[in-house]
Structure formats: C-alpha cells, structure tokens
Design a protein around this ligand. Structure first.
Ligand code: ATP
Length: 221
C-alpha cells in the first residue's frame, strides 16, 4: 500500500499551552482513521498542523513524499481539509460556490461541472443545487463543506467533526460516501466525539488526550 501521510514529531504551542506534542503517524492509501478525544485534546490542532495551516514548533509533515511547507502549492493541493466551522459564502448559490472552488484550483470547466454533479449526488445535495447558501441548515452546510473539500480530488482528506450536524439517515449515507473514498485510494482522517460513529466509518482509531496521540490501532484492536 502506498504511504500517503508521514507526520513526525509534530509540536504546536499556543503560549504556554502545548496543544500538540510529539504527534507522529503514518497513513497508507485506503486507511480511514477516526480521531477521538475530549474537548481540548488536540484533534483540531493535529488536523490543521497536518494541513499546513499552523506554524509547527517542531516536526515534519510529508504527503505522498512531498514536504508540506508554506508555498508548496502542489503538495498542499493534495490535502483537503474541512474545518468544523467552515467559512462559506452566504450569498453564493450551492453550485456556484463549488464552481468557484473548482476555478480556484484551476480545474478545467468540463471537469468542474462533472465533479459538481458527482459530489452533489454523493452528498445528497442535488435538490439544493440552486439554493443560496444562507438558506441551508447546519447539516446541509456540513455536507456542502465536505463536497467543497473533495472537489479538487485530494489524496489526503481531513474532516473535522463532519457528522456532528447530520441526522441519523444522513449518518448512514455519509458512511457509504466515506466507504467510496477508500475505493478511490485516498487516506482519510475524521475527528469526532462519537466513538460509535467512528467505528462504523473507520478502519483505524486514534485516541488523543492532552495534545498527544495516546493510542492508534485498528478498530478491532
Ligand atoms: P474539541 O473537541 O473541543 O473540538 P480539540 O480536541 O479539537 O477540541 P483543539 O482545538 O485542538 O482541541 O485544542 C487543543 C488545545 O489548544 C486546547 O487546550 C485549546 O485551548 C488550545 N488552543 C486551540 N486553539 C487555540 C488558539 N488559537 N489559541 C490558544 N489556544 C488554542
């Protein structure tokens, strides 16, 4: 299996708080890792650090063998990060928002339209295609954020609490969608507080506490 992510010795400090300490993990294609831990455990910080969105106090992140550093646009385009409170443009229509993202990543127009259709269908948003974002509910916004994250076809997908606003039927559908990512050879990290959810989506579970990854193993382990 090809290695998608190598994170080694990541450390992030906020003043005197060590939000992330000595965080290391290696993920292969097809792995879906659920990160669980109490509030403040460092889940969001670890995802942001991997995505290259935070300055590291120590450590190194490599995605498909490329270092993630400021300005390495090619490497960064291989990572898709969906934050838990996503910045989205209230006045845009759903399809136009995804079109904008596609253009920002310099995708060809035909590919943009193809991917909009595909991801709206995968995230059961087709009926909302021409809706303004400001009219969407929280769960709909979360699904749109996941669609937006997957538009550029990243190899490493980082989702921060993506299922928190989904209803029970939505969680079932979401699980199916995540299953299809495995078949596309992506590696996935999903954070959540709900272990029952993660164990249904994921191949592996990581337990965080106090800024550290305390355990990492398969769901069976
Ligand atoms: P939650 O489950 O509540 O989302 P989390 O596991 O994602 O929590 P983080 O958001 O990564 O936790 O926070 C880890 C630690 O870093 C906490 O102690 C938090 O207070 C601190 N922290 C996070 N962001 C900042 C910031 N911008 N400035 C200062 N401290 C921060």
């Amino acid at each position: 299996m090809s290695i998608v992510l190598e994170a080694t010795g990541l450390r992030v400090e906020y003043g005197k708080t060590v939000a992330l300490g000595d965080f290391s993990m290696t993920l292969s294609a097809g792995v879906r890792l659920g990160l669980i831990g109490p509030n403040g455990a460092g889940k969001t910080t670890s995802l942001k650090a991997i995505a290259g969105l935070l300055p590291l106090d120590a450590g190194r992140v490599r995605v498909l063998g490329c270092d993630i550093e400021p300005g390495n646009v090619l490497a960064e385009s291989r990572i898709g990060f969906a934050p838990d409170t996503p910045p989205i443009y209230e006045e845009l229509y759903v399809a136009d928002f995804l079109r904008f993202i596609g253009k920002a990543y310099r995708l060809r127009n035909a590919m943009i339209e193809e991917r909009i259709d595909f991801w709206l269908e995968q995230l059961w948003l087709l009926d909302l295609r021409e809706s303004k974002i400001k009219t969407l509910s929280r769960g709909m916004r979360q699904r749109l954020t996941v669609a937006r994250t997957l538009m550029p076809d990243p190899t490493l997908v980082l989702l921060d609490e993506p299922a928190a606003g989904l209803d029970p039927a939505g969680r079932v559908q979401f699980r199916k969608m995540l299953g299809s990512l495995r078949d596309q050879g992506k590696a996935l990290v999903v954070s959540s507080h709900i272990l029952a959810d993660l164990h249904e989506y994921c191949t592996h579970i990581g337990i965080m506490e106090g800024g550290r990854l305390r355990q990492l193993g398969t769901v069976a382990q």
